[in-house]
Design a protein around this ligand. Structure first.
Ligand code: UDX
Length: 431
């Protein structure tokens, strides 16, 4: 049994919390994982993994001797000096982040322990939240807890590698000593450590995600112009990407960004700016372009099929991106709803997200594989670029489908291969 204070605590065993806990255990730390969801904690205790993330189940198995699971905050504070908070901060109906779960932790702190602790914020919280929490701790006369902001930059699908090989580590603190203790956890990683104030650390996270989202909306608009003038956005992006000032990442045109972070964080940053009296015009456009981008597919379908009433449309891929079962804000949900609204029948297949889709999308016929999903279909829309869709069984699909149209929402397929198999092909911004 480890002694008090030498373990690391993680509160909130969602996506970020579980990856953080597992990777900290992989780095040799004992980790106490706490969540209010007793079912999830039971599952983890029994060796189950509540989310799909490549390599995560194996890494948890490898480090199970160093990971304990609990529903009691007391267990965390009795054993850990450094306690990460990774509870979720979903958007409210105004677009602000809902901080109720963060403040539930803060208000539970009094009386938990008289030892010194460092509360490390991993959840993405609006700029200013760290200061608010510091004020709240002072108001409650809790003087034994330092606060450190340590934002995460994990991409779903490659979260473990992102955690263990970060581009940078950002540490925001008021007490340099507390910040340095948190920085020491990452000492074996070859990445620059940026020590800043708490609001600056909070802003780095939002600004990074907003910039990446802006890149995507930018290339999507370029794609839309390419369609008008007969250019190919995949080549344009390649040509732009060679310029080191631009870089080739996040220049893939498609049916818009989705997921649990970009839509939420871009809206929250716009809201943070608005709440402080600044109108962030660029982000307003980024959001609007993204919304319209998902719907453009419907017009592409109509261009070939005429009315969509009583037509059968197959969505290949439902997850917001490959290698995850996450459907939060997924383009597939908007697209499916729009198609159903047009009177179409919608069928779908996803290699991983079907169980979650059964809860998230209504009115869609969920299928077990590509071929059953395309049976009697008038068109296929490729929504998520899963590896298994790279070489579709086109000959068999042709036999089973009613009409032979493929809209490639991710510019993922080889147009020549698709056309050679007798299909009409249209991508996004591809001439
Ligand atoms: C993102 C950030 O990358 C990560 O640093 C942050 O901590 C959490 O949010 P994630 O949401 O997992 O990670 O996905 P990401 O790979 O960034 O993609 C987000 C969305 O943008 C996806 O819907 C993806 O399909 C889309 N995208 C990405 C594009 O449309 N084009 C691109 O070129 C890149």
């Amino acid at each position: 049994m480890s002694k008090a204070g030498d373990s690391i605590g993680i509160i909130g065993i969602g996506y970020v919390g579980l990856v953080t806990a597992t990777c900290l255990a992989e780095l040799g730390n004992n980790v106490v994982c706490m969540d209010i969801d007793a079912e999830k904690i039971d599952l983890l205790r029994q060796g189950g993994v509540p989310i799909y993330e490549p390599g995560l189940a194996e890494l948890i198995g490898k480090n199970k001797g160093r990971m304990t699971f609990t529903t009691a905050l007391e267990d965390v504070f009795s054993r850990c000096e450094i306690v990460f908070t990774a509870v979720d901060t979903p958007p409210t109906f105004t677009g602000d982040a809902d901080l109720s779960r963060v403040f539930a932790v803060v208000s539970a702190l009094p009386g938990l322990s008289s030892n010194r602790h460092i509360l490390v914020m991993k959840s993405t919280v609006p700029v200013g939240t760290g200061m608010k929490i510091s004020i709240e701790l002072a108001r409650q006369e809790i003087n034994n807890i330092d606060y450190v902001s340590n934002p995460e930059f994990l991409r779903e699908g490659s979260a473990i590698s992102d955690f263990l090989n970060p581009d940078r580590i950002v540490i925001g603190s008021r007490e340099a000593a507390a910040g340095q203790k948190v920085a020491a956890l990452y000492q074996h990683m070859r990445a620059p450590v940026l020590e800043t104030s708490i609001p600056t650390a909070e802003m780095i996270k939002y600004a990074s995600n907003a910039f990446l989202a802006t890149k995507i909306s930018f290339i999507n608009e370029i794609a839309n112009v390419c369609e008008e003038i007969g250019a190919d956005v995949t080549e344009v992006a390649k040509g732009m990407g060679y310029d080191k000032r631009i870089g080739s990442h996040f220049l893939k045109a498609g049916i818009g960004f989705s997921g649990s972070c970009f839509p939420k964080d871009v809206t929250a940053l716009k809201q943070i700016a608005g709440n402080s009296g600044y109108h962030f015009q660029l982000l307003t456009a980024v959001i609007e372009v993204n919304e319209l981008q998902k719907r453009r597919v419907v017009n592409k379908l109509k261009k070939y099929l005429g009315t969509l009433t009583d037509k059968t449309i197959t969505l290949l891929g439902l997850a917001f991106k490959p290698n995850t079962n996450d459907l939060r804000e997924a383009s597939s949900i908007v697209l499916a709803s729009r198609l159903l609204g047009e009177g179409a029948y919608v069928k779908a297949y996803d290699p991983v997200a079907i169980p979650d889709a059964a809860r998230a999308v209504r009115g869609v016929l969920l299928c077990d594989d590509t071929l059953s999903a395309v049976e009697d279909s008038d068109a296929v829309v490729l929504v998520t670029e899963w590896d298994e869709f790279a070489h579709l069984p086109l000959a068999e699909m042709k036999q089973r489908m009613h009409q032979h149209l493929i809209i490639d929402g991710r510019n993922f397929l080889d147009p020549a291969e698709v056309k050679a198999a007798g299909f009409t092909y249209e991508g996004i911004g591809r001439s």
